[in-house]
Design a protein around this ligand. Structure first.
Ligand code: MTE
Ligand code: HPA
Ligand code: MOS
Length: 759
């Protein structure tokens, strides 16, 4: 029994190679395969588009363009600015223009070469600052402000300025974008989609097909990683598969190859930012002004929401009394950039940390001294009006500092650098405070559906999508704790819009919080009925005295003859409902976008990392010696999954700032379109020492069983590696001023260290 039940664990299925992704589903009889014809031009007017020659190719069953769409040619989530297939104009290299469907994927791809497209080129923009100058914004720029910055500069003993540029980041989920669409009876459509947002896919597919949402069902078993890249951008591929299935009346599968995926989908938003930071001579921050230029790509996608989170995290983990932060989503002729772990937060934190480093350099103080002096404490008001409370920023900092011996390490590094002329070490502390909740308040709701079967086994459906982060494990734990039954009795159903409707994407690190609370509520509704049934079964009259502990039923604290299984069977025999649906909405959060003030977050997830690197100054190559961190998690629902999130987040975060570089040619096509040219950290590049200490004794009334969310926050510890590297570079060239351009690839480090011009 236990052996079979445990096979439900994703981990076991992965190890056995038994877990099924969209591409592993046995194709239904008659399945056809689709391939996408992408725009070869970054911007232009379509003069001629003809798919007739492609249609005549061997094995081809259909070829579709915008005119073949029965409903709206529109899939934009936040703003309606994204046609499913290009119409009239193309706006980036890689924009889907046509779809070819054939008996095999190979035949479909082979026929793409016969699609005829003539484009009259129009000027293209790739630089967000140029976009800003031309006024090509996706939405009006926004400003968050507190205090009076203009007046505060006068109070400052020192004011520094600078510019920070951060690059894009490819998601490198192991499973590429994929969908399988099955036409059903009565004009219905079932779509298996590798998406973080089944409802978003359902809504868009219904719109494209001109169907009511109840005729479209979207199901997700699990993803081979999403990392934000499938929050919005699984939608086009699902809609294209659905379009072809609708037109041809046959199942259609669309799976992007790695190279297609890298070329056609968006990445983390590159940002270019200007900062000005002022402080007293002893490092107390007084005023901060920052402007963010977000490289949004050709559609809104999630850019405006990401920009909003950038503004929320403009001041990082610090209290700054006078702030003005302005941000603009700048439309460019690149594939639309999209959600990526941290959702605009990392880009903001990099800038404030850079500003602090430059300020510390100007003051002749260690950056850590300035960081520590200004860390958020309970009661501090953030620029958007929320009071910081219960976040443990200072406690994590102190624990990291003593546990990992900052003072001693600093001395050791100085000694190492004194005795090694060509190799230098660098250290940096990186505090993170990340707001938990969707910044779009509406999305902070979730549903759950629990069934208890007559044998005592339990099934749970929610809107949560499992993508490797372990949300199914945690939700299983929630149900097992709510009933106090064995975890093995609980099974997570595939995520389906027919089971739980109107769901938010699994994103913003809220998967467990939102769906877990809904699941807990549903379990409690069933539990109440079970208590009543137990009391009646036992001939007692006070159901509130019934308890279930480890599958045994107790009355007034004394064990009874009833077990979980017997109780469930008895309740069924008494015709008691063993199913419940529940809905949870995070209480208390609100935000006013006119005043730009409110309390958008349920809470903050905080911690501090100490990062150490060793740099070979002749070669520009480096190793990450250590990332050691203290993170406030609270009582873990699943220690292994949480540790995995922390470790994986750190490595993904430091990859963004070191090895991973997204490069485009002058015509806007992607140069780094394979894993041979786009380098992600591997096991050899991961920190030699990666220590994660999780605080377990803290409380969080808005979490599940007091735990805090952990999906995204650890990503941002990786930012410390950038500053540790910079410190090592400065140890080699104390006269140098390396600027703040990320990623610090070994190539860039070398050019900065050895360039004939001063740094
Ligand atoms: N971990 C794995 N293994 N795979 C993923 O795709 N996505 C990250 C994070 N951790 C991701 C991951 C992102 S971007 C988010 S928002 C959260 O997981 C989403 O899941 P959660 O809300 O359940 O934490
Ligand atoms: N995070 C992730 N996804 C989102 C958010 C957010 O804050 N808001 C809307 N979509
Ligand atoms: Mo995560 S970027 O919110 O999917």
């Amino acid at each position: 029994m236990r052996e079979r039940a445990d096979r439900l664990l994703d981990m076991a299925l992965h190890v056995r190679g038994e877990s099924r992704y969209v591409d592993d589903l046995p194709p239904p009889a008659g399945t056809l395969y689709a391939a996408v014809f992408p725009s070869p031009a970054a911007h232009g007017r379509i003069r001629r588009l003809d798919v007739s020659k492609a249609l005549a190719r061997p094995g081809v069953r259909g070829a579709f363009t915008a005119g073949d769409i029965p409903g709206d040619n529109q899939i934009g989530g936040i703003l309606p600015d994204e046609p499913l297939l290009a119409e009239g104009e193309v706006h980036c290299v890689g924009e889907p223009v046509a779809l070819v469907v054939a008996d095999t994927a190979r035949l479909a791809r082979a026929a793409l070469g016969a699609v005829e497209l003539e484009v009259e080129k129009l000027p293209a923009v790739f630089d967000p600052r140029e976009t800003f100058r031309k006024g090509l914004l996706i939405a009006p720029a926004r400003t968050f402000a507190i205090g009076d910055v203009d007046a505060a500069w006068k109070e400052c003993d020192v004011v520094v300025e600078g510019r920070v540029d951060s690059g894009g980041q490819e998601h490198v989920y192991l499973e590429t974008q994929a969908a399988l669409a099955l036409p059903g009876e009565g004009g219905s459509m079932k779509v298996y989609s590798a998406t973080q947002g089944p409802t978003a896919v359902q809504r868009a597919a219904a719109r494209v097909l001109g169907l009511p949402m109840h005729l479209v069902e979207v199901e997700v078993l699990r993803l081979g990683g999403g990392f934000g890249g499938k929050e919005d951008q699984a939608t086009p591929w699902a809609c294209l598969a659905a379009l072809a299935a609708f037109r041809l009346g046959r199942p259609v599968k669309l799976v992007l190859s790695r190279q297609e995926d890298m070329r056609l989908t968006g990445k983390r938003h590159p940002y270019s930012s200007d900062f000005r930071l002022g402080a007293t001579y002893d490092g107390r921050l007084l005023a901060y002004q920052v402007s963010f230029y977000q490289n949004s790509g050709w559609t809104a996608d999630l850019s405006t929401a990401i920009l909003e989170r950038t503004l929320f995290h403009a001041t990082g983990s610090y209290r700054i009394p006078n702030v003005r932060a302005t941000a603009a989503s700048c439309r460019t002729n690149l594939p639309s950039n999209t959600a990526f772990r941290g959702f605009g937060g990392p880009q903001a934190m990099l800038v404030v940390e850079a500003a602090i480093v430059r300020l510390a350099e100007a003051l002749g103080l260690p950056p850590a001294a300035v960081q520590e002096k200004n860390l958020l404490g309970d009661g501090d008001v953030l620029p958007y009006g929320q009071r910081y409370h219960g976040g443990q920023a200072r406690r994590c900092w102190q624990e990291a500092k003593t546990r990992y011996g900052l003072e001693e390490r600093r001395w050791q590094v100085a000694e190492f650098n004194r005795t090694h002329p060509l190799t230098k070490k660098g250290l940096a502390m990186m505090p993170v405070c990340f707001g938990i909740s969707f910044t779009n308040q509406i999305l902070n709701q979730a549903g759950a559906l629990v069934h208890v079967y007559t044998d005592g086994s339990v099934s749970l459906s929610t809107g949560a999508v499992e993508m490797g982060q372990g949300v199914h494990r945690r939700l299983r734990e929630v149900v097992s704790r709510a009933f106090d039954i064995d975890r093995e009795r609980v099974r997570l159903q595939p995520t389906s819009t027919a089971q739980v409707p109107n769901t938010s994407p699994t994103a913003a690190s809220t998967g467990t919080d939102l769906n877990g609370r809904a699941a807990d509520m549903a379990c409690r509704a069933i539990l109440e009925r079970l208590r009543e049934a137990a009391a009646r079964e036992l001939g007692k009259d006070r159901p509130e005295l019934v308890e279930i502990r480890e599958e045994q039923v107790f009355y007034e604290g004394r064990q009874t003859s009833l077990t979980w299984e017997r109780l469930v069977a008895a309740a069924y025999a008494r015709r008691v409902s063993l199913s419940a649906q529940a809905h949870y909405a995070t209480p208390g959060i609100h935000f006013d976008r006119t005043a730009e003030k409110g309390e958008p977050f349920a809470y903050h997830a905080c911690g501090t990392a100490l990062c150490e690197v060793t740099l070979d100054c002749l070669r520009g190559t480096y190793t990450v010696d250590a990332v050691e961190l203290v993170h406030d998690l609270g009582p873990s629902l699943d220690a292994a999954a949480d540790l995995g999130q922390a470790e994986g987040g750190v490595v993904q975060g430091l990859g963004w700032l070191t090895l991973e570089e997204v490069l485009h040619a002058e015509d806007g096509s992607l140069l780094t379109s394979s894993l041979a040219t786009y380098k992600v950290p591997d096991v050899h590049f991961a920190p030699r020492k990666l220590e994660v200490r999780l605080l377990e004794d803290t409380e969080n009334p808005l979490g599940v069983f007091n735990a805090k969310a952990i999906g995204e926050p650890p990503f941002m510890y990786g930012i410390g590696v950038f500053f540790a590297l910079r410190a090592a570079m400065r140890a080699f060239r104390p006269d140098g001023e390396p600027g703040f351009v990320a990623p610090l690839t070994p190539e860039r480090v070398l050019l900065q260290l050895a360039g004939d011009r001063p740094l």
